[in-house]
Design a protein around this ligand. Structure first.
Ligand code: NDP
Ligand code: MG
Length: 424
């Protein structure tokens, strides 16, 4: 396990502080139709969110929609949902997008991190769906939280990077965080949503993991994994980054940190169990031995619709889970030695606040390099371990420090990989 001499002033979790945000009573929440700002609209979560909106036109209006580089898809979505504001990554992209829209439809088009943040904080939306992938989601998520929005949060990386800042901002602004990540959404539901103050009676949270495409593959096989194999998840259809994270089990590691930040529990009270069928989305273990689970089909529309309709439920036309056809639900322990990313994520929490920031940055860079065929699959945990062994040099007390650790770690990992990349 990596060693470090790093000390920290900031605790990385907030044990005993309960759920990250207040959960106001139904009467204090916006009625329907709700006005949505959808960030990461051109991604996998974005497509699922738009599908929920499309099937519930009386409940939801898309007020703002953002993608990054996929302008053709964004133009097509914008033509269908006609949001008043759009966001893209670059100024050139904004110009190009304007030329791709139907005649007579002239939305305001913003670009870059500030543009996304302005959409997130815009008074014209009630609910912000935060579904940008990676650390790029942090600033827009923070902007939404600071503006006091209801935030349907898919971007787990922002909690990994800045859970304490987001918790504090929720306290200051009255923002409400609703977890889209299926395990955390399951826990939110199993714990009773507004009943979350009952958390002291919870012994632990049990996150389920599918185990990814290589759950039953040999250690020798893992040395030969290709990009295509890693992108092929057995149960879920997701974007490339989270698909690779699922294959390495880093996704579950990030989710352990996400659970600590969301529910205010220490990592010792967050368990992980492999459940290959992905039907039990997670469980809460109570002090009396009870386990309350949430079950459902492996389809992200379930969690998204729950957040968008909260605290009510929106009917969905997903194929029901046929328990008899399934026959059995199985559970097994994660293979920590073959999939070290899960242990590395837990280890990062022992390093202080900089640890998860460095873990996330190293992982994002390593996954990019793997997807570009520059490093092997098993180089991903190697590079993350390398990053955690190199003290970051600054404390992660505030946003500037977090961004600096993120930047410095990415640089170090790129340099290291440049020296050791062996694929192409
Ligand atoms: P995708 O890769 O499918 O989509 C990512 C989205 O982010 C796209 O809209 C993309 O735009 C946009 N994007 C990429 N880079 C930037 C950037 N620098 N600035 C702004 N926007 C950017 O990812 P997913 O939908 O799979 O995942 C999104 C988030 O949700 C992740 O944090 C993931 O961990 C989380 N999540 C996803 C789940 C899933 O089932 N997919 C499940 C649980 C959580 P474009 O394509 O136009 O370039
Ligand atoms: Mg998940």
């Amino acid at each position: 396990m990596p060693q470090t001499a790093r000390q920290t002033r900031t605790p990385d979790t907030s044990p005993g502080q309960g759920y990250i945000s207040a959960l106001p009573p139904e009467g204090a929440l916006p009625g329907f139709p709700r006005r949505l700002c959808l960030l990461g609209g051109t991604g996998s979560i974005g497509a699922s969110a738009l599908s929920v909106v499309e099937n519930n036109p009386e409940r939801f209006v898309v007020a703002a929609l953002a993608g990054a580089r996929n302008l053709a898809l964004l133009a097509e979505q914008a033509a269908r949902f006609r949001p008043a504001r759009l966001g893209v990554l670059t100024a050139q992209g904004a110009d190009a997008l304007a030329g791709m829209l139907p005649a007579g439809y002239r939305p305001d088009i913003v670009h870059g991190p500030e543009g996304y943040a302005s959409l997130a904080a815009d008074a014209d939306s009630d609910v912000v769906v935060s579904a940008i992938v990676g650390a790029a989601g942090l600033l827009p998520t923070l902007a939404a939280v600071q503006a006091g929005k209801i935030v349907a949060l898919a971007n787990k990386e922002s909690l990994v990077l800045a859970g304490n800042l987001i918790r504090q901002a929720c306290r200051d602004s009255g923002a409400v965080i609703l977890p889209v990540d299926s395990e955390h959404n399951a826990l939110f539901q199993a714990l009773g949503g507004p009943g979350l103050p009952e958390l002291p009676h919870v012994a632990s949270l049990v996150l389920t993991a599918s185990g990814g495409p290589f759950r039953d593959k040999s250690a020798a096989f893992l040395q030969t994994v290709t990009r295509e194999q890693a992108l092929h998840h057995p149960n879920w259809s997701m974007g490339p980054k989270i698909s690779v994270d699922s294959a390495t089990l880093m996704n579950k590691g990030l989710e352990v940190i996400e659970a600590c930040r969301l529910f205010g529990l220490p990592p010792q009270r967050v368990e992980v169990v492999v459940h290959p069928q992905s039907i039990v989305h997670s469980l809460a273990r109570y002090h009396d031995g009870s386990l309350l689970a949430h079950l459902g089909p492996p389809d992200m529309r379930l969690a998204i619709a729950y957040c968008l309709g909260y605290p009510g439920r929106i009917p969905l036309d997903l194929a029901p889970v046929d328990l008899v056809a399934l026959g059995s639900l199985t559970f097994e322990a994660p293979r920590h030695d073959d999939f070290p990313c899960l242990s590395l994520a837990r280890h990062s929490l022992t390093l202080g606040a900089w640890g998860p920031v460095a873990l996330n940055a190293a992982n994002e860079e390593a996954v990019d390099l793997f997807l570009a065929d520059r490093i092997a699959f098993l180089d991903i945990p190697r590079l993350v371990e390398f990053a955690l062994n190199a003290p970051a040099g600054v404390y992660a007390d505030d946003l500037d420090a977090i961004l600096e650790i993120d930047r410095a770690t990415r640089h170090r990992v790129r340099e290291r990989a440049g020296g050791s990349a062996h694929r192409g």
